[in-house]
Design a binder for this molecule. Structure first.
Ligand code: GCW
Length: 679
């Protein structure tokens, strides 16, 4: 059923007749080798796509020959592509070329690559062009990924509960693996390959050591086999204390030879079962997880222990920088930098440090993480959250493309202006070959994969930006809307308009002007700016907003926690200066009196209330746009999105009213006229 969302952006529904005719004449007979599983996958996808879009499957020939209009392959697999060997070499192991050219006096379209996986990526690219109605005349596309590791991180537990997951249970049915390979695993691999995602960490970073036992490794090996033709490697989150829990050792001290031997043996066992195993992801000494500091060792000691165990096999360690201690001596946003910046250069070559986009925790808006640009001798990858833990779960329509784009384009100034986060993680700023990005997956067993139709866009946008972090969130939204809903330009325009405004709307009705972590305790859904007390001060809201009768905001300037000093001077000077800080981050960095004059001329208090109201109005505007799409979008999906928007509208008002009432109890100021309707 094309309307239930299962097909994601690979719906391949019939194109407009004139367009289909034009394409058909250019794509009739196809030469595509069928010797390897990846070649097979490319043929299958092409057939499926063309059959759906054009109404008839192409004639597929295993040998490229005369008269074929479309030729798929590598210089090895297709003799006709041999002259392109040098050119294709330059595109690397995963790159590809789409080119319309003359061959034997005839027009042909080439989907060519150095390796089979590039051909599969090229097929997905070609199908995207057809789905979005791009003419093939004179086509010349040269693509290769800007990042090496393009990964999903699943926070999936072995009992199939997904931590911070809002789309059902884990896709991995551990109980029936390895014998039963749910066809959905293949569709998962297709979806990822369509974006160029080339790895998946199967289990939660809050890891259960059992995932490293033989029965679970056999299950992971079965998944790896399903994913392999699609260029996707399997990785595992590891529990640092596994040598104790599984190996019966007395310690997990990284400098202990028995511990080192245990990890080496474990790595050997894994690679015997999964020869292309990707490596380990580790959360250590954070939120109660075990780690090297338990033995007085550093993060580098811990990471290098695992790195050394994997090195002989070509595996990598992704060591997370999301750490904070139990006793909070100071501003929590400063802790990761405090623990890691001094270790720059101390990590072994197959270790990469995985840093969240911002210094706190996946808030609707955060400044860039200060570690970006601060560790030039260490490869850093970025972790984004696709699952909307702090952004209304799967119910609220919030397109995260603009959030991702904002951090990627943020300038660290580490090597002067233009030292963007994108250039830190693509390795170009400091000359690193090991590069990467990870997204915390939003997938689950829900029929539509992500819990809502629009949350598919966040998986999509993450994947496209992982391939090339310099792309535009708006362009990506256009492709997604055309492929997922309708290529009709009016429909696309309206949907893209909704998507592009949606993130700022959520910021406005949840945490405007740089406020953060005001969600209800624990589950993080709905407002809780009053949350105080409890086990940890940095799990409360009052710790972050610091509102009182005089003002609001967290002073992170030199007069306060001085978190600004963790940034390069050019950045610190802007953020630390009340006159220069962007208003979007004002209360992240400053404690400001309620009567402070804002750019609008209004007082901070009036502006704050105004932002909450603007967020609600924006949701209303999304509802209006969506109502206008009745008939342009199929009824089942239209109805569900409309219902979710009603929920979002109610809850945006809930956020506004609860937040404004709470802050008013502190500010003691009247509501500005016309902003909040009387109850
Ligand atoms: O965002 C917080 C989440 C935790 C998560 C942690 C982390 C996996 O609330 O659920 O644990 O971050 O990233 O480790």
């Amino acid at each position: 059923h094309a309307e239930d969302g299962y097909a994601l952006w690979m719906r391949y529904v019939p194109l407009d007749a004139a367009l289909a005719d034009a394409y058909r004449s250019q794509l009739g007979a196809v030469g595509a080798p069928d010797q390897t599983p990846t070649q097979h996958a490319a043929r299958e996808e092409l057939s499926r796509g063309l059959a759906g879009l054009l109404g008839s499957a192409p004639q597929l020939h295993a040998d490229a020959g005369v008269g074929q209009a479309l030729i798929l392959g590598t210089p090895q697999s297709s003799a006709q592509l041999a002259p392109y060997r040098k050119d294709l070499e330059s595109l690397g192991a995963e790159g590809y070329l789409l080119r319309q050219t003359q061959l034997g006096g005839r027009e042909v379209l080439l989907v060519a690559a150095r390796e089979d996986i590039g051909v599969l990526y090229g097929v997905f690219h070609l199908l995207r062009l057809l789905q979005t109605g791009v003419p093939l005349q004179g086509l010349e596309v040269r693509e290769s990924p800007k990042l090496k590791l393009r990964l999903l991180n699943h926070w999936d537990n072995l009992d199939r509960y997904v931590e911070r997951g809002y789309a059902g249970s884990s896709l991995w049915d551990w109980q029936t693996l390895p014998d039963w390979r749910d066809p959905r695993y293949t569709d998962y691999a297709r979806a990822n390959a369509s974006l160029g995602i080339n790895g998946t960490v199967l289990n939660n970073v809050n890891a259960n050591a059992l995932s490293l036992t033989r029965p679970y490794l056999l299950k992971a090996a079965a998944l790896a086999e399903v994913f392999r033709p699609y260029g996707i490697r399997v990785y595992l989150s590891t529990r640092f204390s596994a040598p104790i829990e599984l190996g019966g050792l007395k310690t997990a001290d990284p400098l202990d030879p028995a511990v080192q031997r245990w990890w080496r043996d474990k790595a050997n066992e894994i690679y015997a079962l999964i020869p292309d195993f990707g490596g380990f992801l580790v959360k250590a000494n954070s939120e109660g997880q075990p780690g090297p500091q338990d033995y007085g060792r550093s993060h580098a000691d811990g990471a290098n222990l695992l790195g050394d165990a994997l090195a002989a096999h070509g595996g990598v360690v992704m060591w997370r920088a999301f750490v904070y201690a139990h006793d909070v001596p100071e501003d929590r946003t400063k802790q990761a930098y405090g623990e890691f910046s001094g270790l720059d250069g101390a990590f072994h070559p197959n270790v990469i440090v995985q840093v969240k986009n911002g210094p706190l925790d996946f808030q609707p808006r955060e400044p860039l993480h200060p570690l970006f640009g601060a560790m030039p001798h260490t490869p850093l990858m970025m972790e984004l959250q696709i699952s909307k833990e702090y952004l209304g779960f799967a119910t609220h329509l919030v397109y995260l493309g603009p959030l991702y784009e904002e951090v990627l384009r943020s300038d660290t100034h580490a090597r002067g202006a233009g030292s963007t986060v994108a250039r830190v993680i693509d390795g170009s700023l400091d000359g690193h070959a090991l590069t990467g990005i990870a997204g915390v997956a939003n997938t689950g067993t829900d029929r539509n994969w992500t819990g809502s139709h629009f949350d598919q866009a966040n998986w999509y946008a993450f994947g496209r930006l992982a391939w090339n972090p310099h792309q535009s969130a708006r362009d990506i939204a256009k492709d997604w809307a055309a492929m997922t809903f309708s290529p009709d330009p009016a429909v696309v325009q309206s949907i893209v308009g909704m998507m592009m405004a949606s993130r700022e709307a959520a910021v406005d009705y949840m945490t405007p002007l740089g406020l953060h972590h005001l969600m209800a305790r624990g589950h993080h859904y709905g407002p809780g700016p009053w949350v105080a007390g409890g086990p940890r001060v940095d799990w409360t809201s009052v710790y972050y907003h610091r509102a009182d009768r005089d003002g609001i905001g967290f002073d992170r300037t030199a007069h306060g926690s001085n978190a600004v000093a963790q940034y390069a001077p050019a950045v610190a000077n802007v953020y630390g200066d009340l006159e220069q800080v962007p208003e979007s981050l004002l209360l992240w960095f400053h404690h400001v009196p309620w009567d402070h004059r804002m750019h609008s001329g209004r007082s901070l208090w009036d502006e704050l209330v105004g932002r909450y109201s603007r967020g609600v109005r924006q949701v209303q505007a999304m509802q209006d746009s969506w109502d206008g799409l009745k008939g342009g979008v199929d009824a089942p999906r239209h109805q569900q999105v409309a219902a979710f928007l009603r929920i979002q509208h109610n809850e945006a008002q809930w956020w506004r009213d609860a937040s404004v009432a709470y802050f008013q109890s502190l500010s003691g100021r009247p509501l500005p006229a016309g902003e909040v309707p009387p109850p």
